[in-house]
Design a protein around this ligand. Structure first.
Ligand code: GAR
Length: 232
């Protein structure tokens, strides 16, 4: 079981959301956490860019939002993290959710937060990690794609998978239509995945994450679905 490192006296693990841009996944997490029964509290939003649109959205919801500009640190990731880590500690953070946070971490930082830091990526990992996963999916001609929430490891867009959501890829899809369809799935699965982590229902077995509870739902998704009489 992955247990959040709970501070004495607090009933819910405190979560930091790290962003670099528009923050729509951040908003989905903030909205989910407004429900009393949600097992985590969004305590702070941190952006590595002052122009991230998500900062204003967080503040509008009453969430403390701060910027730690990463640009001045250039490629010195450790120096950036030497500022980030104390900020996380100052807010009593136990869990981190990356929401479009476009900055790589050192292996040391990832190790420190291993099992307590989630990321979301708009593809069915391990397919199409890295940049422009939607174009990668379209170029590969896959018939389904989707989104993945996973624990963060030093490799980009890799790590034990917590939850995935699947969408159909249509022949006439563009990057824009596909990314919009996947984004609605991202907003559904990220709060669910955080909820599982925060309530201690996830178990890490090496490179694999397992769930300590019953699951239900469809077992198959076939795409393309042929019209009646058009296929075998
Ligand atoms: C989301 O689609 C997220 O999956 C992606 O960035 C977007 C951020 O949007 N993350 C990655 O590609 C990570 N490799 P948002 O700021 O509206 O949440």
């Amino acid at each position: 079981m992955v247990t959040p490192n709970r501070r004495k006296g607090t009933s819910k693990p405190r979560v930091a959301i790290l962003i670099s841009g528009r923050g729509s996944n951040m908003v989905a997490l903030i909205d989910a956490a407004k429900v009393e029964s949600f097992p985590a509290e969004i305590a702070v939003v941190i952006s590595n860019r002052a122009d991230a649109a998500g900062l204003a959205l967080a503040r509008a919801d009453g969430i403390p939002a701060l910027t730690i500009e990463s640009k001045p640190f250039g490629k010195d990731r450790a120096a950036f993290e030497a500022v980030l880590q104390p900020a996380l500690e100052a807010h009593g953070i136990e869990l981190i959710c990356l929401g479009g946070f476009m900055r790589l971490f050192t292996a040391e930082f990832v190790q420190r937060w291993y099992g307590r830091m989630l990321n979301i990526h708009p593809s069915l990992l391990p397919s199409f990690p890295g940049l422009d996963p939607h174009a990668q999916a379209l170029n590969a001609g896959v018939k389904v794609s989707g989104a993945t929430v996973h624990f963060v490891t030093p490799e980009t867009d890799a790590g034990p998978i917590v939850m995935q959501g699947v969408v159909v890829v249509r022949d006439n899809d563009t990057r824009e239509t596909l990314s919009a369809r996947i984004l609605t799935v991202e907003h559904q699965i990220y709060p669910k995945a955080l909820s599982l982590l925060a309530s201690g229902k996830l178990r890490l077995e090496g490179a694999v994450c397992r769930l300590d509870s019953d699951v239900s739902g469809e077992d198959t998704l076939i795409s393309p679905q042929l019209a009646r009489g058009a296929g075998a």
